[in-house]
Design a protein around this ligand. Structure first.
Ligand SMILES: [Ca+2]
Ligand SMILES: [Ca+2]
Ligand SMILES: [Ca+2]
Ligand SMILES: [Ca+2]
Length: 301
């Protein structure tokens, strides 16, 4: 339901006057502002737009605000640490979205803005993804906190390391080039590339801000790949391949067109018939420009 701006202001005044604190009139993008459809619903950011914006904007989340927040040379979706337009942390694989990617054991769709496989059909024990295999996957242990910790969750079973068609259907369209559905990505820092598991929940620290020389398992960022766990990408569910030493023109997270072979003439291409892009405004509705390719975007209200 749309209200004229003046009516919204009158309503806001009335709500304020009667002391309501749980109803928010989000300024949902300025022109055409709308009242939140369900004011009691969990809203990641009441001031954020309730539809996928067609371009970056100054008040957007860090991964959609048109600037290089962490000064690593990559802006928004071109930054390897940006997983979607509502990701509010350009400096790490955390998103700042409450409840997102908090499970260290069962890895679900890494790019859908929440944790748990109930709505995406994706569920892999973390040990299915680690390669080389981490010894502590045997028994009820899991790699976390710079070593093996005991846990009471499901035990690793190689027979269950199978991705489902539902996972592919739900998650592959959201997944950037170079990554599988579970956040195992070929991440590059210049010419240094590695297949690493990016989920911050499996690391001792969610970012490397306090650790300039991390050992494996301590923290994982594109600038500190040595701190990341190596992984093998799911063959069934992913956003398409990129090359660590490119022989094609597909960008891996952390690469720019300058890293591509001269034969690409400065133009990247995309897997899976995706549209190549420089920025989100080059993409269709509810799509986000990630690693130079338009991927589908989920909207968290
Ligand atoms: Ca950046
Ligand atoms: Ca940004
Ligand atoms: Ca970054
Ligand atoms: Ca991030």
């Amino acid at each position: 339901m749309k209200f004229p701006k003046i009516l919204q202001l009158l309503m806001l005044g009335a709500l304020t006057a009667c002391g309501s604190s749980d109803v928010e009139l989000g300024d949902d993008g300025g022109v055409g502002s709308v009242v939140d459809a369900d004011p009691s619903a969990v809203d990641a950011d009441p001031n954020a737009p309730d539809a996928m914006p067609s371009t970056c904007f100054a008040d957007g989340a860090a991964c959609n605000n048109c600037i290089d927040d962490d000064e690593d040379g990559f802006i928004d979706g071109a930054d390897p640490e940006c997983t979607g337009y509502q990701d509010d942390d350009e400096s790490s694989f955390e998103t700042g979205i409450p409840g997102d990617n908090v499970d260290a054991i069962i890895q679900d769709c890494f790019f859908d803005g929440n944790s748990g496989g109930g709505n995406d059909g994706c569920a892999q024990h973390v040990c299915c993804l680690l390669e080389p295999f981490v010894d502590c996957c045997e028994g009820n242990q899991t790699p976390q906190n710079d070593g093996c910790i005991d846990f009471t969750g499901p035990k690793y079973d190689p027979a269950e390391c199978v991705s489902t068609q539902a996972c592919t259907d739900n998650c592959a369209p959201l997944t950037p080039p170079g990554c599988d559905c579970f956040g195992c990505c070929t991440v590059c820092n210049g010419t240094d590339c590695a297949d690493v598991l990016t989920n911050p929940a499996i690391y001792e620290e969610p970012n490397c801000s306090a650790n300039a020389n991390p050992a494996q398992g301590e923290c994982c960022e594109s600038e500190h790949l040595e701190g990341c766990y190596s992984c093998t990408k799911s063959a069934e569910c992913g956003g398409g391949t990129c090359d660590a030493s490119p022989t094609d023109c597909i960008l891996c997270p952390g690469q720019s067109v300058d890293d591509l072979p001269a034969s690409c003439n400065g133009d990247q291409t995309c897997p899976n018939s995706q549209t190549a892009c420089q920025q989100t405004s080059d993409c269709g509705q509810d799509q986000y420009c990630s690693n130079g390719c338009c991927v589908s975007s989920i909207i968290i209200n």
